[in-house]
Structure formats: structure tokens, C-alpha cells
Design a protein around this ligand. Structure first.
Ligand SMILES: [Zn+2]
Ligand SMILES: [Zn+2]
Length: 333
């Protein structure tokens, strides 16, 4: 293991543990520094004990670099063990059946990693495919993709697909559901993408009836394949939006729009009672990480645990299917 690999692994593990504080920032910073320094210089500095003279290298990151160069990986192993994502026995059956992840972000919008790094990690987690779903233009705080930038991204994805085959990067977007239920890209743009996740990110406190109409209109769109994090809740911070779930899930079932089981630990959306309703309506589901960093791709077990608890029918989980079956379903729906 090289110092760069050790630092990358530590950052990945801190991400999956949802550590966003000072410690993570220090390791990310050190990774940037180490990447920019010739390996010889790094080894000399480690031997001479002058790593901390480098701007961005502190005591703990210097220790990790020095130990790694000596072949000692105990710190990385310790972090690995401390940050394992919990998977229940029931959840394990769902996790084993997953072949892909249908909702994740890259540096193109508000993610922290390249498309390539996300693909490499998704593949290493055993997936056959991932759907790249960066944000749409209205979400300016997240650098949402205009039509032109999306066009450029499709070009990059085509090149990466040659490199990663047989692993597949499917094209997609997390399109904003606007206030009236319209979508934040034209039909011609959406129709070119493999999978479209539609989510509410603004006006979450809207009255129940207009929110219901807004969501029903969005999930009825022939382009929309997945309804992302339906209540918008942030556990302990933001209450779920108010809408008539009977109408929304009936529409999801009717129009073959999968209800996302969002795995982010602060979301875990839908809450259990709503998940049960969606099951009762015969909806499809997608167990998605909504990852914004490579380590977060490891959050799917959290959704799997929940799916197992609620006994989500495994054959209704669209990302247990092959990419070809998923695409056929998306085109037919
Ligand atoms: Zn979202
Ligand atoms: Zn997202």
C-alpha cells in the first residue's frame, strides 16, 4: 500500500462513517498534498521526520504516511474495522441481490469524487452497473447540470464505459420537481437518459394538497423512473413534507415509477409507515445510496436492512435486476 492509497482508504472509510468534521478534512487535505509530491521526496521526509513541515500535513497524517512506508497498515485496518456499515441478517439477503445503484452524484454537481472514482468503487462493491444522477440546473447550490453540461457529461460517460466494460455507467439525472410538478429539464433531454430520478428539493413545506398534486404530476411523467427521497425529511432536523401518500403511491404503482428507499443515514426515506403503504400499493422500489463520495456508496446496507424489516418483495426492487432488464422496464414504463 502506498501513502496515497492509505490516505484514500482512510478518507473512504470516514465517508462511510459519515464523518464530515475536522478529522476528515485533515485527511483529504493531506491526500492532496501527498499526491503533489514526488514519492522520493516523501520517503526522504518521512525518514528525516520533516513531513509536518509541509503545509497540510499534521502529526496524525504524518504518522500514517511514515507507517505506511514502513509496511505498517495497522491504522488503516483499525479505521476499516471501526467504520463498517451495519448489515443485518435479513438485510444481507437484499444486499446480496443488488446489482447496481440508481442514485449517486459526482464532482459534476455536488459530489466529492470523479465519475471514474465512483465507478471504480461501485464495481469493487460487486455491482454490475451504476446510474449517474447529478443534479438539474435549478439546484444552483449543487451546481446542477444545464443541458450543455449534461451533453458534455454524456460524452465523458461514453469514454468511461469503454474503459470499465463490462461494468456499465448508465446515464441519468436527479431532476428537480418544480413547484407545479413540472420537471427541471425538457422532455427531449430527459428522453435521452437511461434512468431519471425525480426529487423535491425546494418548497418542502408546501401545503398538503398542492404538494400531492405536484408529486403526482411528476411521477406520472413517462420520463420519470424513480421518485427520490419522497418525504424530504432529515432525521432530527427537518420534518417530512406533507402529502397524501395514497394518491402519490397509487400513482407510482400506476405509472411504474419506483419509490426510492434512500439509504443516506440522515434521510432513510420513506419512513416505515409510508414504506408499508408503498408495498401495499404494489409499487416498485430502488434501494439507492444517493452517495456524494465513494465511501457513501457503502450505505446501501442501511436501506437493505429497512427493506428486510418491512418485507419489501425482493422481485419489486429494480436494482436487483440486470442492467438490460432495468432499461427495458424503464423504456416500457
Ligand atoms: Zn436529492
Ligand atoms: Zn441525490
Amino acid at each position: 500500500m502506498t501513502p496515497v492509497e492509505a490516505l484514500e482508504r482512510v478518507v473512504h472509510c470516514l465517508d462511510r462513517a459519515h464523518e464530515t468534521g475536522f478529522k476528515t478534512k485533515a485527511f483529504v487535505r493531506a491526500l492532496d498534498v501527498v499526491r503533489s509530491i514526488p514519492p522520493d521526496e516523501l520517503a526522504e521526509r518521512a525518514a528525516a521526520g520533516t513531513l509536518t513541515k509541509l503545509d497540510g500535513i499534521g502529526d496524525s497524517t504524518a504518522r500514517l504516511i511514515t507507517e505506511t512506508l514502513k509496511g505498517d497498515t495497522s491504522y488503516v485496518e483499525k479505521i476499516e474495522a471501526e467504520t463498517k456499515v451495519e448489515l443485518t441478517d435479513g438485510g444481507a439477503r437484499y444486499r446480496a441481490a443488488l446489482r447496481g445503484d440508481c442514485h449517486l452524484h459526482s464532482l459534476w454537481s455536488d459530489g466529492g469524487a470523479t465519475i471514474e472514482a465512483m465507478a471504480r468503487t461501485a464495481r469493487s462493491l460487486g455491482h454490475d452497473y451504476m446510474v449517474l444522477t447529478d443534479h438539474s440546473p435549478r439546484l444552483t447550490v449543487a451546481h446542477g447540470l444545464s443541458k450543455d453540461r449534461l451533453e458534455q457529461q454524456l460524452g465523458d460517460v461514453a469514454v468511461l464505459n469503454e474503459k470499465f466494460a463490462p461494468f456499465r455507467i448508465l446515464t441519468g439525472i436527479e431532476v428537480d420537481i418544480l413547484e407545479d410538478g413540472a420537471l427541471d429539464h425538457d422532455d427531449d433531454v430527459l428522453s435521452r437518459l437511461d434512468i431519471v430520478v425525480a426529487s423535491v428539493h425546494s418548497k418542502l413545506r408546501m401545503e398538503r394538497q398542492p404538494m400531492t398534486e405536484r408529486m403526482v404530476r411528476a411521477v406520472a411523467s413517462p420520463h420519470v423512473d424513480i421518485l427520490g427521497h419522497c418525504t424530504g425529511r432529515m432525521i432530527g432536523k427537518r420534518d417530512p413534507s406533507s402529502f397524501d401518500a395514497d394518491y402519490v403511491f397509487a400513482a407510482c404503482a400506476q405509472f411504474h415509477t419506483a419509490v426510492e428507499i434512500n439509504c443516506r443515514p440522515e434521510r432513510l426515506d420513506p419512513p416505515r409507515p409510508l414504506l408499508q403503504m408503498a408495498i401495499d400499493y404494489g409499487c416498485y422500489f430502488s434501494i439507492d445510496s444517493d452517495a456524494h463520495a465513494t465511501g457513501q456508496l457503502e450505505w446501501q446496507p442501511l436501506g437493505c436492512n429497512r427493506a428486510a424489516e418491512s418485507k419489501v418483495p425482493l422481485d419489486r426492487v429494480i436494482n436487483t435486476w440486470t442492467a438490460d432488464d432495468l432499461l427495458r422496464w424503464a423504456q416500457a414504463a
